[in-house]
Design a protein around this ligand. Structure first.
Ligand SMILES: Cc1cc2nc3c(=O)[nH]c(=O)nc-3n(C[C@H](O)[C@H](O)[C@H](O)COP(=O)(O)O)c2cc1C
Length: 214
């Protein structure tokens, strides 16, 4: 298999999406990728986080996870994004990171990569699909190759979200079915990236300094 660099870039307040991200990283690694697990920067003041014990506990528990940078996106052949649902949409924290990618996007540095996404919401119909579809809007703008899990493995008929691995946080922490779905999603994304590289797809479609394709 072609060597593949996989960046798992996520936001998690209380640990659910972090658990999914860890499973995604594991699946990508097992599929042969070199993996960077990266959390995006927090944007909420400590005084507010401190008022929510679960949030404060996860901030401490995930202190060792490196922060996401634009270099992680530049380096990656495949990027796997994770976000909790926020009113059926992407979390502001992940969106803030995405909104810092302008220069990399403009140089073509985000095009031609494989993208896929996973999420968590508190309730079963709380906006998982709308969150993943909202994130996919970004991938279109980047000229990304969106690789959803679909129903490409028996686990998908049990976990049930073809748009991307999703967990209902209100049911408790992610169990083995959803973690298996996360690993499957990562494997599929990595294998697709490897196939694209083997097929010599132009690496990123990167544009020269002036933004005009030669
Ligand atoms: C501001 C805010 C908005 C939220 N909106 C939704 C929502 O629309 N639907 C839903 O089911 N859960 C919603 N939630 C719950 C989160 O999605 C849930 O806590 C999250 O999946 C937990 O992920 P984490 O543990 O990785 O932070 C919201 C939470 C917050 C703080």
């Amino acid at each position: 298999m072609q060597p593949v660099n996989a960046a798992v870039v996520y936001y998690s307040a209380t640990g659910t999406v972090h658990a999914l991200a860890a499973a995604v990283a594991e699946g990508a690694e097992k599929a042969g990728a070199t993996v960077r697990l990266r959390k995006v920067a927090e944007t909420v003041p400590e005084s507010i986080i401190g008022g929510n014990p679960a949030w404060a506990a996860h901030v401490s528990a995930s202190a060792d996870v490196a922060g996401a940078t634009l270099d992680d996106l530049d380096w990656a052949d495949v990027v796997l994004f994770g976000t909790p649902t926020r009113f059926g949409n992407v979390s502001a924290q992940l969106k803030a990171f995405i909104d810092s990618t302008g220069p990399l996007w403009f140089s073509g540095g985000l095009a031609g990569k494989v993208y896929t996404a996973f999420t968590a919401s508190n309730t079963a119909h709380g906006g998982q699909e709308s969150t993943l579809l909202a994130l996919a809007n970004v991938f279109y703008h980047w000229g990304g190759i969106i690789v959803p899990p679909g129903y490409t493995d028996p686990i998908q008929f049990r976990s049930g979200n073809p748009y991307g691995t999703s967990h209902v946080t209100g049911d408790g922490p992610p169990g083995e079915v959803v973690l298996q779905a996360a690993r499957h999603q990562a494997r599929r994304a990595v294998e697709t990236a490897a196939a694209l590289k083997a097929g010599r797809l132009p690496e990123t479609g990167r544009l020269p300094e002036n933004g005009v394709r030669a």
